[in-house]
Design a protein around this ligand. Structure first.
Ligand SMILES: Cc1ncc(COP(=O)(O)O)c(C=O)c1O
Length: 445
């Protein structure tokens, strides 16, 4: 009997009671290798002492002080740390409690920027199909995942979509990756023209698409063209790095590998690594100065923004990543994991694509490789993989609706940055066990 409204109330869950490095332990003593960091959160694993100590020290000094009255040392230090390392042009930070709040904040910040500039007629946000930006109503409104939106559709804000950059399914035969990237980026130009260039506020996209597509990076040149189009029309580029940021792809900000600076970038999961709930919205000096020189204040705020303990925890996380050069490990283990997945599943009849960057990898499952035909969505293959993986002692993050929001299955892998070579082998072995069990089950239904 539980008093909690769980995500899936019809199924009971094991009780997590302890964490050791990349393992979570349940109340029966069973160990699960966390190959997805939960949902790409736990980048330092589950027992990283310096972070726990930093949080305890902050709690003993000052847990929280409302930002309407005070600033605090950890949030100032964390902002300094992030801006020193952020793409040039980003100069201020707004701290939230998670990714949805960070994107909600980014959308409002972009709207207020134009309001201050005397361009109050700007009202549209453009985003991409098969994206996810959070579950609050504003963030859900710009999200392109039909499954997550369906129930709330009548109360969401109007959305304007273009295609994702999803080469496995979008790139035409005989088309180069670069040409494909330009073709889908140019959809942004067409959508801006359709809406009216002076009515558009921003374009929002995940730098590497996470939960909805399964670790899909853009092809080379795509984001450069997107940035060019945004600049041409004075539209703000918001990059959602809630999942892909803070080192997950091998660079602190995923957009470093695209060689562009967005006007706003959001991050969350890897920022606090699960030790504290925290998100952040980084903004350009231009946005900051426009608001400062206009009404003088951002019309926004939540009770827990700039939370002292959350910021102290996140600062300790980020310092640990840097001190221990964990991004080098992300690149090394990421390459090993990608390689191991390729060797084990590269020729598998039901694996269509293996992709991703750093320790952010996706395996797309298909009923038939040649035609890329997905499994019948009613089979819910992704959910079966997750169940069998848990049985095998592996946490991974399978998702459905990969192709069009309904059909398609993928498995997202996002293990902690601290994994070693043995863990790579264990992930692939256990995933193979889970996949075979799920496929066998599907074959017999
Ligand atoms: C890309 C992206 N944006 C936003 C969110 C929402 O973050 P949160 O669940 O912390 O509100 C997520 C969560 O999975 C995400 O993957």
């Amino acid at each position: 009997m539980t008093r909690i409204l769980h995500r899936d109330p019809k199924h009971s869950l094991p009780v997590a009671v302890a964490g050791h490095g990349p393992y979570v332990v349940d109340s029966a003593g069973k160990r699960y290798l966390d190959a997805s960091g939960g949902a790409a959160v736990s980048c330092l694993g589950h027992s990283y002492k310096p972070v726990v100590e930093a949080i305890a020290a902050q709690l003993n000094r000052l847990p929280y002080a409302h930002t309407g009255f005070f600033t605090n040392e950890p949030s100032e230090a964390l902002a300094e740390f992030l801006i020193e390392r952020a793409p040039k042009g980003l100069s201020k930070v707004y701290f939230l409690s998670g990714g949805s709040e960070a994107n909600e904040t980014a959308l409002k910040l972009a709207r207020q920027y134009f309001h201050e500039k005397g361009e109050a007629q700007r009202r549209w946000v453009i985003s991409r199909h098969q994206s996810y930006h959070g579950n609050t109503l504003g963030a859900l409104s710009v999200g392109g995942n039909p499954g997550r939106r369906r129930v709330y559709e009548p109360i969401l804000l109007p959305a304007n979509y273009i295609s994702p950059c999803y080469a496995y399914r979008g790139q035409a035969d005989g088309e180069s990756a670069e040409d494909y990237g330009l073709r889908v980026a140019n959809e942004l130009e067409a959508k801006i023209q359709e809406l009216g260039p002076d009515t558009v506020i921003s374009f929002i996209a995940e730098t590497v698409v996470g939960a909805t597509l399964g670790a899909v990076p853009a092809v080379p040149g795509y984001f450069k063209r997107v940035k060019e189009i945004c600049e041409r029309h004075g539209i703000l580029l918001i990059l959602d790095e809630v999942m892909s940021g803070m080192g997950r792809t091998g660079s602190l900000f995923a957009c470093e590998q695209e060689d562009i600076t967005p006007d706003i970038v959001t991050c969350a999961k890897g920022l606090g690594a699960g030790y504290q709930p925290i998100g952040a919205c980084l903004l350009s000096e231009e946005i900051y100065q426009t608001i400062l020189g206009g009404s003088g204040a951002f019309q926004h705020g939540f009770t827990y923004i700039g939370h002292a303990t959350a910021c102290a925890g996140a600062l300790a996380v980020q310092q640990a990543i840097e001190r221990e050069d964990l991004l080098a490990n992300v690149r090394l283990r990421g390459a090993q994991l990608a390689d191991a997945l390729q060797r084990r599943f590269g020729e598998h009849a039901n694996v269509g694509d293996i992709r991703g960057r750093g320790l952010f990898l996706g395996v797309e499952l298909v009923a038939e490789r040649a035609s890329k035909r997905p499994f019948d969505p009613d089979l819910k293959l992704f959910a079966r993989v997750k169940r069998h993986a848990m049985e095998a002692g592996l946490m991974c993050y399978p998702g459905g609706g990969t192709v069009d929001g309904r059909a398609g299955d993928h498995v997202l892998l996002a293990p902690p940055y601290i994994i070693e070579e043995d863990h790579v082998g264990e992930i692939v072995d256990k995933l193979a066990t889970a996949l075979e069990a799920a496929l066998k089950e599907v074959a017999s239904t």
